[in-house]
Design a protein around this ligand. Sequence first.
Ligand code: SUG
Length: 448
Amino acid sequence: MKSYEVNFDGLVGPTHNYGGLSYGNVASQSNSQQSSNPKEAALQGLAKMKALMDMGFQQGMLAPQERPDVAALRRLGFAGSDAQVIQRAAKEAMPLLVASCSASSMWVANAATVSPSADTADGRVHFTAANLNCKYHRSIEHPTTSRVLGAMFADQQHFAHHAALPAVAQFGDEGAANHTRFCRAYGEAGVEFFVFGRSAFDSRYPSPQKYPARQTLEASRAVARLHGLSEEGVVYAQQNPAVIDQGVFHNDVIAVGNGEVLFYHEDAFLDTDRMLAELGDKIAKVGGKFQPVCVPRSAVTVDDAVRSYLFNSQLLSRADGSMLLIVPEECRGNERVWNYLQGLTGSGGVIREVKVFDLKQSMQNGGGPACLRLRVALNETELAAVNPGVIMTAPLYESLTQWVERHYRDRMTENDLADPQLLLECRSALDELTQILKLGAVYPFQIN
Ligand code: SUG
């Protein structure tokens, strides 16, 4: 049976703004308070989805969330009508209003961890929504994420959904941003690679000194248990705490894997040799041949990686067995990174081509091509069971582009977030979107 990696990209929501909300994420911090352009952000994301579809890749999408999250503000004690809740929050606690307006659900690599059916004990595709509990503005995403994933992957014969892990720091879970899967073919059993930043219960593992390590070992192990993965099909590795302190807040800022290839920076991990050996052994047991591609610090520094997002790229398999790397425009702007990429694609190795995309609106909040997509490996039968409304087609691209043009603003600052009219605009846009994507009622305003 045929199998595919389907990339589901997050559609950027109408409140996209630069709130400076993510301590440890260099771009989010340095672009704080700049004015954003939600319309351009959404169109940049859609252009990437369309381009990948046109190249023959399977492409889907995940809907954005209802923002401002008035219910979240009510839980924090703001009362009255929806407009009053927003105005009171703006007056008394602007940072909480900004957090409740974040369009951060666009970075769907953090929506969930996904294990394909070939890896799981019950032969279903498993999803665990990420609790994202390191940052308040992201911790409020998972209830709607779960409903949206449930509406996309509804068939219980093929899909199993798990609620987010307990919402405490010890189980901090950032989803697929810290998870990669290696395999010979997408429909065959693979090796799932979980990368954690710290251990909450075992002090033998070092922690970063400055910035938070968002993913814990205990969260990764819990997800592997929930998904019914076998010991032989899992490898755990620790992120180098020193790179977290340099702005590598997720592992997908410093490594990306696909098929039998791991493309990573020399400084990405702790105990790298042991980890590579374990990956090599376990991938061999499922019939594959592991191909690590290490980028030396002499060619590209960690700082270059953080600024250019070289590793926050999409590594895609092509029909001839070679791979294509989708990188953000910022890679072309960094001479060392761009030189490295020219050498890499010209070397006769497995990565043969680089394609560049302008994702500046998302990049300025620390979200590159890889952050914007959730990978789901599916066989033909499972793909046929996915809600067809969320699979990209040329007509859907047209209607989504027009939908964005109709509903999105082209400028957004902190003051705009305090405008109660914005909530009404967002709700009417999302109500229409659920009809376009045939999702049913997934948003709080549609349910309550
Ligand atoms: O969680 N930025 C996101 C970026 C997520 C990137 N995802 C992956 N690497 N997979 C974050 O830090 C910034 C929002 C703001 O500051 O307005 C933000 O949430």
